[in-house]
Design a protein around this ligand. Structure first.
Ligand code: ZN
Length: 140
């Protein structure tokens, strides 16, 4: 069965995501792109998010890719928002219902090759850019 959210064959996406996180945590060359891996994956798997959470992740991806904001800066900004009580919505959802209605994407996590850190980072970036382009056409 294909993943009902990103369309990856045999729902290999979850396994691949877990492998990638392990790789990113053990090798800094791969870890350099961790923020894109997580954000792109979450946007494609909206059942893990609330509606506000999904919109937040899409905005985050735009900030990374279009505005070139460094992840550390965004993390701090985010923390300040939470600490100051300005962010009142929940990001994660446990009800398992997708908040977007999209099952076919230009690229999925399965398009990412891992033979070395350079190829990996280039492929994750290309996947994340494709996710942003697709996501920007979605109205929720
Ligand atoms: Zn999937």
């Amino acid at each position: 069965m294909n993943c009902p959210e990103c369309g990856a064959p045999e729902t290999l996406c979850q396994m691949r995501f877990d492998e990638f996180l392990a790789l990113e945590f053990t090798d800094a060359g791969y870890g350099a792109i961790h923020h894109l891996t997580v954000t792109a994956y979450m946007i494609q798997h909206s059942s893990k998010l609330t509606r506000e959470g999904w919109l937040h992740e899409r905005e985050l991806l735009r900030e990374f890719l279009v505005e070139n904001k460094p992840p550390a800066f965004i993390r701090k900004q985010n923390r300040d928002l939470v600490d100051s009580g300005k962010r009142t919505f929940k990001i994660k959802s446990r009800d398992g219902k997708p908040v977007i209605n999209k099952t076919s994407w230009t690229k999925t996590i399965l398009n990412v090759r891992t033979e070395n850190a350079e190829v990996y980072c280039a492929d994750v970036s290309a996947w994340a850019r494709a996710v942003l382009e697709d996501a920007e056409t979605i109205k929720i």
